[in-house]
Design a protein around this ligand. Sequence first.
Ligand code: RRO
Length: 318
Amino acid sequence: MAELTTTIGGFHFNNTIMNGAGVWCYDRKELSAVDTSAAATFVTKTATLAPRAGNPKPRMAATDLGSINSMGLPNKGLDYYLQVVEEFHQANPEKPYFLSTTGTSPDDFGKIFTKIAASNFSGLVELNLSCPNVVGKPQIAYDFAAVERILTQVTGIYHGPLGVKLPPYFDLVHFQQIADVLNQFPLTFVNTINSVGNGLVIQDETAAIAPKGGLGGIGGGYIKPMALANVRVLRQLLKPEINIIGTGGVEIGRDVFELILCGADMVGVATQLGKEGPKVFARLTEELTAIMDAKGYKRLSDFRGKLQVPEAREVAVH
Ligand code: RRO
């Protein structure tokens, strides 16, 4: 039977599928449910320096095709997640965990990474540069100079394994610009993509969610083509030592397969995890394994990054 082990940096995982930050990762209880599922590991809810209540409700809605959210970064604060991840690490010393974090003001980044560097944390940090839902704050990673500034500061303070969570890019010039910035830093991974920011879902005659006049991040099946393209193009443009976690639009094992075909080393599941709960990981694992067995692939490296593109045939004017 095919095996799904993978590595990010020097860290080994016994499966390639994990949660995407924001879903089933708010507190110890939710993290425990993912930890004891078939998932490779978990990433925490994005932690800010101080706890936050987030945006007013209703702030999340599932639809047949995906989801919309404007959670607004509700979380229990960095100290809580550092403590909880340490507890999981003590219980499973061989299992690497991800801590997601971000700043809500320029001063925060130095404080956050000084705190992490001084803690016992020994997993991987995912710096979220792409939250679309904090009122009055832009998505950081659409500002390439800001990304460079923040990573210069953070990598000067923190020397552990570090990755960034990116928003989707839609323009080939922007892919090149973000890759040029990221390639200057000793990053272990990028996670692409976060939700597609500022979409609108209408139910009857009313927006599905309340914050920001109904605008929110779109996830699920709607965004799979953007996730595939972002994984594919960043794999071509980033230094090979930067691993890629592909997130966006995973509903079935075939979606996991396609993200790996585009170059993902690991795959995140968010909207479908929200709809189905942590048992989704066993189903996706079975479905991916069945696809690999049917194709005769024994391990992920047999097809990772090996997407084929049809040969272009010239077209005559007529
Ligand atoms: O909490 C949120 O509103 C949120 C975050 Br931090 C994020 O990174 N992506 C998203 O869709 N929602």
